[in-house]
Design a protein around this ligand. Structure first.
Ligand code: PMP
Length: 444
């Protein structure tokens, strides 16, 4: 019996060490990390340069409270990060994770509305399905029923519009009209809510855990930006998963030249070396809030020098190894190879993604897009089968958390062709095993 508890009571092997794209448990079993943990370890495990930078920082100081000191580590990282942001986004607020970054963005948006004399603006529209974090504020903009429903009485659920799941809903994912169709739902929703009550719109440029690497249709993000501008609604980009090179560009939104008003990052920013997240905001938003008395928000660990030193060294590795370019190149190969698996395995109904944020979705019928029977819990079973074969992947229910199954394949960005072969072999075997296991249920 362990003193730990997470989802349930199941025990996991004890982690011993991790290097590059591999992890080993205490029994000496090796795993290929096909999901970078939870899409976190972008630069791979145990990078010597990051460890050395953290050691250097530890020898100087491990903590300086943000209201007492600025630190070189946080100041340098903020400058480096601002240099990678869309024009105008250069005010950085560090936190320890994605949920904290989302909370910070929601609160900055609200305080900005108050500072500019628009106190009736408080609604932040989001999409369904979506995931923006597990704290109650971030959960209020999360469209994923199993995670939100238990807490519904304790929070103000925000308005939602459908995520642009063209592949499921019979639209051509490559057509501009599709992008327009889904973006126009935002306009309709803002009008229905009353534009003067709408504070912001939050979205992941490329969908992560909830939608499974959902790439938006052409024109979608551009039109969303234009609609937000028309109604004075702040656009918040949740790049917690898509940031730090994951999709083959430093930011997911960079593929479309997206310019949000506030952007949040975490995961790959610290790459698992330290808990780190950031909210980056347009200076034109931050200045009025500071003029009005300051940002009434903050976490004790904000700007922790050790976490920031790790983040800075991670950023240097992303640049030094040109990991955005590698993610783009390897991602293309990986996506094509996943397409090959779809040809071999009937249970895969869709393959999608960008860079090394890729996914496949199980379906019982490709034509009708019918999901696999829910009781099979196929996504979880698939993860367990792959795990037993030494391959780590990440999965979720795909249709608002209620049914459907997708599997995210998101290895570290240091991936090479040999790793892809190994990954595809592992997936191939696991898919064959799952197909065989569920055959009796499918025939019934
Ligand atoms: N936003 C997105 C898009 C995420 O994927 C996640 C984590 N999966 C979060 C926010 C919350 O991040 P954290 O778990 O670090 O609080």
């Amino acid at each position: 019996m362990s003193n730990l508890f997470y989802q349930g009571r199941g025990r996991k092997p004890v982690l011993d060490q991790a290097r590059g794209v591999y992890m080993w448990d205490k029994n000496g079993r090796r795993y290929l990390d096909g999901s970078s943990g939870a899409m976190v370890c972008n630069i791979g495990h145990s990078n010597e340069n990051v460890l050395a930078a953290m050691r250097r920082q530890m020898e100087k100081s491990t903590f300086g409270y943000r209201l007492h000191f600025e630190t070189e580590a946080s100041e340098t990282l903020a400058r480096r990060l601002a240099g990678k942001m869309p024009e105008g986004l250069d005010r950085v607020f560090f936190v320890s994770g994605g949920s904290e970054a989302v909370e910070s963005a929601l609160k900055l948006a609200r305080q900005h509305a108050l500072a500019r004399g628009a106190p009736r603006r408080w609604k932040v529209i989001s999409r369904r399905p979506s995931y923006h974090g597990c704290t109650l504020g971030a959960l209020a903009v999360t469209g994923y029923a199993p995670l939100t429903e238990p807490f519904a009485p304790m929070m103000q659920q925000m308005p939602m519009i459908p995520a642009p799941r063209a592949y499921l809903e019979g639209f051509d994912p490559t057509a501009r009209e599709t992008g327009q169709h889904y973006a126009d739902m935002l306009e309709a929703r803002i009008e229905a809510e009353g534009p003067e009550s709408v504070l912001g719109f939050i979205l992941e440029p490329i969908g992560g855990a909830s939608t499974g690497a959902l790439v938006p249709p052409p024109g979608y993000l551009e039109r969303v930006r234009a609609i937000c501008d028309r109604f004075g609604v702040l656009l918040i980009a949740d790049e917690v998963m898509t940031g730090a090179g994951r999709t083959g560009a430093f930011l997911g939104g960079d593929h479309w030249g997206l310019r949000p008003d506030i952007l949040v990052m975490s995961k790959g920013l610290g790459s698992g070396y330290a808990p780190l997240g950031a909210m980056v905001a347009d200076r034109r938003l931050v200045e009025p809030v500071l003029d009005a008395g300051g940002f009434a928000h903050g976490f004790t660990y904000a700007g922790n020098p050790l976490a920031c030193a790790a983040g800075l060294a991670v950023m240097e590795e992303i640049d030094r190894q040109d990991l955005c370019a590698n993610a783009a190149a390897m991602g293309e190969i990986l996506l094509a190879r996943l397409g090959g698996l779809m040809q071999r395995h009937e249970i895969i109904g869709d393959v999608r993604g960008k860079g090394l944020l890729t996914a496949f979705e199980f379906m019982s019928d490709r034509a009708t897009k019918a999901p696999l029977p829910k009781h099979l819990n196929a996504h979880q079973r698939f993860v367990d089968i792959a795990y037993d074969r030494g391959l780590i992947v990440y999965s979720r229910r795909t249709r608002d958390g209620l049914e459907g199954d997708h599997v995210l394949v998101c290895p570290p960005l240091i991936l090479n062709g040999g790793h892809i072969d190994e990954l595809i072999d592992g997936l191939d075997g696991a898919l064959a095993q799952l197909t065989q296991e569920i055959a009796p249920a499918m025939e019934a």
